[in-house]
Design a protein around this ligand. Structure first.
Ligand code: NFE
Ligand code: MG
Length: 569
C-alpha cells in the first residue's frame, strides 16, 4: 500500500493537492484538498451590492466574467431589477465567448498533454500526418510542409532545454498510446489553439471593453449602449465583427477540436471505464431568452436544468442546496451542520499541519473548500452533467448531438460516465455553444434593427426603491466548469451575507459530515497507476473535470521537487 501525494496538481488554475492510496497498481482511496483561500466572500460583506460584481468577478481570471454575471443576477433577484432583452443577449454573448474560449484552452493547453506525447511527435512522418489530417477534417492547415515545420520547431524547442510548461511532463510513459502522426497533428493544433484563443476573446473587448474581466455590467442591465448608427455604441460594425469571430469559432470547433477529440477517444477506449465518479449530476440550467423567475435558475434554455440521482431524473429544487464545513478549514457554530447558502458563513479556521509536512489529517479538516451538497448528496456539475441531463430529458438539441457521438464511437450511453466521457461531453457542448452563439448574434441584430435600444432597467438603481428589511437574492449561471450560484442577503442597502457556491467547489469538494466523498475523490478510486512516481493516470481523471481552485500566481517547480512524494506504509 503506497500513499501518493500530488501537490501541486499542475496545468490547472490555483492550488490543488490530492492524496491517494494505491494498492496493486490501483487507487483505493483519494482525498482532494484546496490549499489556498482568498476570502472574496468576506471582502464583500458590508459593501454596496451594486459594486459586488466588480469584486466577485476577481474570484477567477480563467473563468472570467462568470462571477460578474452570477453576481449581478443575485443582486437583481434581491432588488427586483429585470434586465431588458438587449442586456440579456449581450450577457449571453459575453458568457458564450467565455465558454468557447475556456473549453478550447482546457482541451489543448490544460489537458491534451495527458493524452499526446510531444516527444513522440518527433518520430512522425509529416506526409503521413498530412494525410491523417486531411482524412479527419477540412481544416486548411494540413500540408506536409506545415507539419514538417512544426516538427522542426518542436525539435528545436525540446532541444533548447528551456521548455517551460513542458518541463516535468511524463514523456515516454507507457500510458501514451497515440500514433506519432496523431501526436504531431494534435501538437500542431495546440499551437493553432493559442492563436485562436487570443483572437476569440476579442468578443469581450468588443462587448465588455477588455478581457479578462469585462467591465460593462450593471445591476439592471448593461452599461454598453446599442445603436446601429452611433460610433460610440455597439453598432452595425460591431455586429459584423461579432458574426465573423463567432463563425471562426464554429469552424475551429468543428474542423479542429472535435476531430482531435474523436482521434484521442478512439485511441484510449479503456478510459471510458475509469473515472466514473459520484454518479449523480446537477444542472441549474441557463442560456435562455427569458428573464429568470424570482429565486429560480433560468428555465427552458440551451441547457435544461435538472438533477440525476443515481440515474433518476428529478427537477432541481433550490432549497436542497447546502454546504458542510466538517472537513473544511472554516468554523460553523454547529460543526456538523450543512448550511443553506443564505444562512452560510465564511469564518476561516486553519487547523492543518504547518509546512513542511508529509500528509494532511484527512480524518479532520483538510481543505479550504467547503462541501456543497444537494439534498445531502455530493453532485457532479459541468459538461458531463449538462449533456447527461439534456440527453435523459430528450432535449431536442442535446439528445441527437450526444447520440451521434456515441454512435460514432460505438459506445453505450453509460460510457459517458467516465474520464473520457467528461472530455467528450465538454467537446460536444462547445459545439452546441458555438452554433448557439450564431443565433445570439442574429437575435441581437434583429432586436436592435426592430428599434429596441434599451439596455438597462434603471428603476431599481436607487436603494430607496429596494425592499424594506432583509432581501434575499440568488444568481445562477452555467459556467464552463458547471453550475455556479451566488447568494446575497441585503439589508439597509448593504451586503449582510455573500456566499458563492462554485462549480469546482462541487466537484473538488472534500468529504462531508457523514464522510461521503466529493466527485474528484470518488472518480479516482479504481484508476490504474502504472508508475507511482509518474501518476499520469491520476492527472487524466483530475484534469477531465478542468479543476480551478481560484486564480493565483502559481509556479511549477522546474526541479521536480515536491511534485510527487510516495510514502510506503
Ligand atoms: Ni476559475 Fe470557474 C468556471 C467558476 S470553476 S474556473 O467555469 O465559477 O471554479
Ligand atoms: Mg463559497
Amino acid at each position: 500500500m503506497a500513499r501518493l501525494v500530488i501537490d501541486p496538481v499542475t496545468r490547472i488554475e490555483g492550488h490543488l493537492r490530492v492524496e491517494v492510496t494505491v494498492d496493486g497498481g490501483v487507487v483505493k482511496d483519494a482525498y482532494s484538498s484546496s490549499t489556498m483561500w482568498r476570502g472574496i466572500e468576506t471582502i464583500l460583506a458590508g459593501r454596496d451590492p451594486r459594486d459586488a460584481w466588480l469584486f466577485a468577478q476577481r474570484i477567477c481570471g480563467v473563468c472570467t466574467t462568470v462571477h460578474a454575471l452570477a453576481s449581478v443576477r443575485a443582486v437583481e433577484d434581491a432588488v427586483g431589477a429585470v434586465p431588458p432583452p438587449n442586456a440579456r443577449l449581450l450577457r449571453q454573448l459575453i458568457a458564450a465567448a467565455q465558454f468557447l474560449h475556456d473549453h478550447v484552452v482546457h482541451f489543448y493547453h490544460l489537458h491534451a498533454l495527458d493524452w499526446i506525447d510531444p516527444t513522440a511527435a518527433l518520430r512522425a512522418d509529416p506526409a503521413k500526418t498530412a494525410s491523417v489530417a486531411q482524412s479527419l477534417s477540412d481544416y486548411p492547415r494540413a500540408t506536409t510542409a506545415l507539419f514538417a515545420s512544426v516538427r522542426d520547431r518542436l525539435k528545436g524547442f525540446l532541444a533548447s532545454g528551456n521548455i517551460g510548461p513542458f518541463t516535468n511532463g511524463y514523456w515516454g510513459h507507457p500510458a501514451y498510446r497515440l500514433p506519432p502522426e496523431v501526436d504531431l497533428l494534435a501538437f500542431s493544433h495546440y499551437l493553432d489553439a493559442l492563436e485562436f484563443q487570443r483572437d476569440y476573446v476579442r468578443i469581450h473587448a468588443l462587448l465588455g471593453g477588455k478581457n479578462p474581466h469585462p467591465q460593462t455590467y450593471l445591476v439592471g442591465g448593461m452599461a454598453s449602449p446599442v445603436d446601429p448608427a452611433s460610433q460610440d455604441a455597439i453598432n452595425d460594425n460591431t455586429l459584423q465583427q461579432l458574426a465573423q469571430l463567432v463563425q471562426r469559432g464554429v469552424d475551429f470547433i468543428e474542423q479542429v477540436y472535435l476531430p482531435d477529440l474523436y482521434a484521442i477517444a478512439q485511441a484510449y477506449p479503456e478510459w471510458t471505464t475509469y473515472g466514473r465518479g459520484i454518479g449523480s449530476y446537477l444542472v441549474f440550467g441557463d442560456y435562455t431568452p427569458s428573464a429568470p423567475a424570482k429565486g429560480q435558475p433560468p428555465q427552458g434554455g440551451l441547457f435544461p436544468g435538472g438533477v440525476l440521482v443515481d440515474g433518476k431524473p428529478e427537477p432541481f429544487v433550490r432549497d436542497k442546496v447546502s454546504e458542510s464545513a466538517f472537513h473544511s478549514w472554516y468554523r460553523y457554530d454547529d460543526a456538523k451542520a450543512s448550511l443553506p447558502p443564505w444562512q452560510g458563513s465564511t469564518t476561516p479556521d486553519y487547523t492543518g499541519p504547518q509546512p513542511p509536512f508529509d500528509q494532511l489529517d484527512v480524518a479532520g479538516k483538510y481543505s479550504w473548500l467547503k462541501a456543497p451538497r444537494y439534498d445531502g448528496r455530493a453532485m457532479e456539475v459541468g459538461p458531463l452533467a449538462r449533456m447527461l441531463v439534456g440527453y435523459t430529458a430528450g432535449d431536442a438539441r442535446i439528445k441527437p448531438l450526444v447520440q451521434g457521438a456515441l454512435d460514432r464511437l460505438k459506445l453505450p450511453a453509460s460510457a459517458l460516465m467516465s474520464t473520457l466521457g467528461r472530455v467528450l461531453a465538454r467537446g460536444l457542448e462547445t459545439q452546441l455553444m458555438a452554433r448557439y452563439s450564431l443565433e445570439l448574434v442574429n437575435r441581437l441584430r434583429d432586436n436592435i434593427a426592430g428599434g429596441d435600444l434599451t439596455i438597462a432597467d434603471n428603476t431599481k438603481w436607487d436603494p430607496a426603491s429596494w425592499p424594506d428589511g432583509k432581501s434575499f437574492g440568488v444568481g445562477f449561471h452555467e459556467a464552463p466548469r458547471g453550475s455556479l450560484s451566488h447568494w446575497v442577503v441585503i439589508e439597509d442597502g448593504r451586503i449582510r451575507n455573500y456566499q458563492a457556491v462554485v462549480p469546482s467547489t462541487w466537484n473538488a469538494s472534500p468529504r462531508d459530515d457523514r464522510g461521503n466523498p466529493g466527485p474528484y475523490e470518488a472518480s479516482l478510486v479504481g484508476t490504474p497507476v502504472a508508475d507511482p512516481a509518474r501518476p499520469l493516470e491520476i492527472l487524466r481523471t483530475l484534469h477531465s473535470f478542468d479543476p480551478c481552485m481560484a486564480c493565483a500566481a502559481h509556479v511549477y517547480d522546474a526541479d521536480g521537487e515536491a511534485v510527487a512524494k510516495v510514502l510506503v506504509q
